[in-house]
Design a protein around this ligand. Structure first.
Ligand code: PRP
Ligand code: ZN
Ligand code: MG
Length: 226
């Protein structure tokens, strides 16, 4: 995991909401790639910085394991996996290096439209569907609430209708998905956006200079954007 390398590896989402803006940001930093046939590994041409195209969920683990040096991923995914690691006694092994100002969304509790929201205590004994069980458990336990966390990897909003959960905790961007499923947002657990995630410790090989240069360029690009 700590093998020395003379090229930097950045993991980004292969497809999905963060995929295009992540690539554009890196291109604006002066990076370009020769695309391989399968396009999962893009060899850096302008600089020794390669891209790995993966599922966003895999990005925190790839950095933690030292397979990738950096990743562009939602704070929601980073925090969830950091919390999950803490639950089993592991340190996060990665950190948020820069907020990137795109992919904004909130991790929220949402209840059926017909309910009145009276606060966290109301959740006692209820079933909550989510793809973010560790963040949710942490939030509930901080409030002394015992509820059952139903883990789903997608289409969480359908759970109340199927009666597999009473309410949900999921990402909200425009709010259209909640609305279409007769749910309303009531509490924010996390304000999320795309972030640059990186290692906890610095590099002691060629990646140190590359990494400093990348961050310098990225700061320049981010400044121009706001
Ligand atoms: C995300 C999220 C919500 C939806 C919110 O799902 O899980 O379902 O987007 O967006 P909105 O507030 O603009 O409607 P996504 O489409 O990424 O699919 P997934 O849940 O299968 O990952
Ligand atoms: Zn995902
Ligand atoms: Mg969804």
């Amino acid at each position: 995991a700590n093998a020395t390398r003379d090229r930097l590896r950045i993991a980004i989402q292969k497809s999905g909401r963060l995929a295009d803006p992540a690539r554009s940001l890196l291109a604006a930093c002066g990076l370009s790639w020769r695309e391989s046939r399968d396009k999962l590994f893009c060899y850096g041409e302008s600089l020794p910085v390669d891209l790995l195209l993966v599922r966003d969920d895999d990005i925190p683990g790839l950095i933690a394991d030292g397979v990738c040096d950096y990743g562009i991923v939602g704070r929601n995914e980073l925090d969830e996996q950091a919390n999950a690691r803490l639950e089993i006694g592991l340190s996060p092994a990665y950190r948020e290096v820069r907020p990137l100002g795109f992919g904004g969304c909130r991790l929220m509790l949402a209840i059926p439209e017909t309910w009145e929201w009276e606060g966290a205590q109301q959740l006692q004994g209820l079933r909550i569907a989510t793809s973010y069980p560790a963040i949710l458990r942490q939030w509930l336990s901080a409030r002394g609430v015992e509820a059952s966390v139903v883990e789903l990897s997608g289409s969480v909003e359908i759970a109340p209708k199927l009666d597999t959960a009473d309410l949900i905790c999921d990402l909200v961007s425009s709010g259209a998905t909640l609305k279409a499923n007769q749910l309303k947002p009531v509490e924010t657990l996390l304000d999320s956006e795309a972030v640059l995630a990186g290692p906890v410790r610095g590099f002691n090989d060629a990646r140190a200079d590359l990494s400093a240069m990348l961050l310098r360029r990225m700061d320049g690009v981010l400044k121009l954007k706001d």
